[in-house]
Design a protein around this ligand. Structure first.
Ligand code: ACM
Length: 562
């Protein structure tokens, strides 16, 4: 049956096939309406069969079994009856995805090709994911991705049972989320005059304005569309670095005593800008206002506040920042950053949310969200039932990107971790060595490397390993300005990644059956073809996928061992 990601168990029952026809029904209890709607919409479009509502015990039937975990499911296919039993709505959606796979690649098209028999193979399948966070990051800040392409990407994630879309919404090069009380964030911050083409050393510019942003209703639509497919959208508003677009829109957010921030535009270079936020109370209030609107749009438990790569030069030079450090009793600029992160850690916790940030949020101390300044307990260890929950131990989580180290430290300290080390799962990095890879950056990370990526480092004992709540592949978009480029860098590696995140593969990379995966992938490429995904062919890029002469920034040699 060649299912990808590989299920926990799958047994083929020859002679027990279920041919579908115009009388085949589809039935589900009210709690599984999303899966029922998705199955009917998707399979009716592909097969031309109506899949009308029917009665229990026949046709395609979804049922709930709350003894199963929420994302777990079983499928039994027998003549005249395909029973999909799910632990919860998410499990039903994954079962529905598997059912579509059982019908073959043409079930992924949006119209029937021809009149043909649609047959579900007789089978017994039992399945559940390894990790609860199976994510992909889309950087829609460096290059704006039109809403329709984001929705398409959601469908591609769902087809691979990935369940978190991390949307990187703001950066030096663009602000992409409408904030009603601060209209200049998008009015000015959502576009730049031109872009670098390739990396700095190539000295190429396109002299073409770039921009775009999502209205709050666009984002609500994306969130709801994703939720109906089992996917949580986690928004990222990056601070206090990666904020030149915000400073360009509202110069008072910057370090006005060291630079003329009123003269700043949205950054037209790639890299890390030195124009970071100031750390004033007014700036905290401004971003509380931003986040109030973010929380209205995104119901996710986690809100990503970045925290990565914040150059400290401007704070070192700024009399205001230095005064702030003294006023708060902090040791240095790292602690000033930590103060900002803790502030929003507490602020989010008070609103029932959790902060997640890149592993730099560990620097300067993350472990405890202390009581607010002036509160009786300030400075004291904060735990105890009588204190507001938000003053207790920080429940912030860490996206471990600079390797495994941050994630290991965080997990040992009791923080949840999403493993996304750049040496392994940054899918902007090149897929092969050689001159044909378009705008080659980073390490060579082949399909096989990704298949052999193990998110839980062996240095963690069992208790700490439980804090690795999942893993994520990140698609930074400096060198991807369209869905076609994203397809190329994401696929087929995201297929291998999905199996790493979902399936119980041998922990030792060397013991993984890569040839077996490659064989199943060959069939799965027909699925990607049916979906219209412009993946990287196994033998190298199509001519139109190359970018001759555009300079990247490859890193030679293998990535450091973890
Ligand atoms: C990152 O790649 N700066 C999180």
């Amino acid at each position: 049956m060649d299912l990808i990601p590989a299920p926990s168990s799958a047994v083929r029952r020859p002679g027990e096939d279920f041919p579908l026809d115009a009388t085949t029904t589809l039935t589900a209890p009210p709690g599984l309406a999303d899966a029922e709607r998705w199955l009917r919409g998707t399979l009716s479009a592909a097969t031309g069969l109506p899949l009308a509502p029917g009665r229990p015990g026949a046709g395609i039937e979804l049922v709930l079994d709350d003894t199963l975990a929420a994302e777990a499911y079983r499928i039994t296919v027998r003549p005249g009856h395909a029973l999909l039993t799910a632990g919860g709505p998410a499990g039903a959606l994954w079962a529905a995805q598997t059912l579509r796979q059982l019908l073959g690649p043409d079930a992924y098209r949006r119209s029937p090709l021809r009149r043909e028999a649609w047959v579900l193979p007789g089978a017994d399948i039992a399945d559940a994911p390894r990790f609860g966070w199976r994510g992909a990051l889309l950087d829609v800040a460096r290059h704006f991705l039109p809403k329709s392409d984001v929705l398409r990407f959601v469908d591609l994630l769902a087809a691979h049972k990935l369940n978190v879309l991390h949307l990187h919404l703001t950066d030096d090069q663009g602000w992409r989320i409408e904030i009603k009380r601060y209209p200049r964030l998008t009015g000015r911050g959502a576009w730049r005059e031109r872009s670098m083409v390739g990396y700095r050393a190539g000295q190429r510019r396109d002299d073409r304005p770039h921009g775009g942003y999502y209205t709050q209703d666009d984002l609500r639509e994306i969130v709801a569309y994703a939720a109906a497919r089992g996917i949580t959208v986690v928004p990222e508003v990056d601070l206090p670095g990666h904020t030149q677009a915000a400073v360009a829109a509202y110069p008072e957010l910057g370090n006005t005593d060291v630079v003329d921030t009123a003269a700043l535009g949205v950054w037209t270079d790639w890299g890390v800008s030195h124009h970071v936020l100031n750390a004033s109370e007014e700036t905290l209030r401004f971003f509380e206002g931003v986040l109030e609107e973010v929380l209205e749009v995104f119901p996710s438990e986690f809100v990503h506040l970045g925290g990565d790569e914040c150059p400290k030069e401007q704070w070192k030079d700024s009399a205001a920042a230095q005064a702030r450090i003294r006023e708060l009793g902090l040791a240095n600029e790292d602690e000033l950053q930590s103060h900002l992160i803790r502030h929003f850690d507490r602020w989010l916790a008070e609103r029932g949310r959790r902060l997640i940030g890149w592993d730099e949020i560990l620097e300067g101390g993350l472990a405890i969200a202390t009581a607010p300044q002036g509160a009786p307990e300030a400075g004291a260890p904060v735990s105890g039932a009588e204190r507001p929950a938000a003053w207790g131990r920080s429940r912030a989580a860490v996206s471990s990107w600079r390797g495994f180290g941050g994630g290991i430290a965080a997990a040992k300290a009791g923080h949840d971790v999403v493993m996304c080390p750049e040496q392994h799962v940054y899918f902007d990095h090149r897929q092969a060595d050689g001159p044909d890879e378009p705008i080659p950056v980073g390490f060579v990370r082949t399909l096989e490397d990704v298949y052999r990526f193990e998110p839980v480092p062996e240095q963690l004992d069992e208790a700490a390993a439980r804090h690795v709540i999942g893993t994520q592949a990140n698609l930074w978009s400096e060198f991807m300005d369209s869905a076609r480029d994203i397809d190329y860098r994401a696929f087929p590696r995201l297929v291998a990644f999905a199996e790493v995140a979902w399936s119980e593969l041998p922990a030792r990379p060397a013991e993984r059956d890569y040839p077996g995966f490659e064989r199943r992938l060959r069939a799965h490429l027909e699925v990607l073809d049916a979906l219209g995904v412009e993946y990287r062919p196994v033998d190298g890029p199509h001519p139109w996928q190359r970018r001759p002469g555009v300079v990247g920034r490859p890193i030679e040699g293998p990535p450091p061992v973890r």
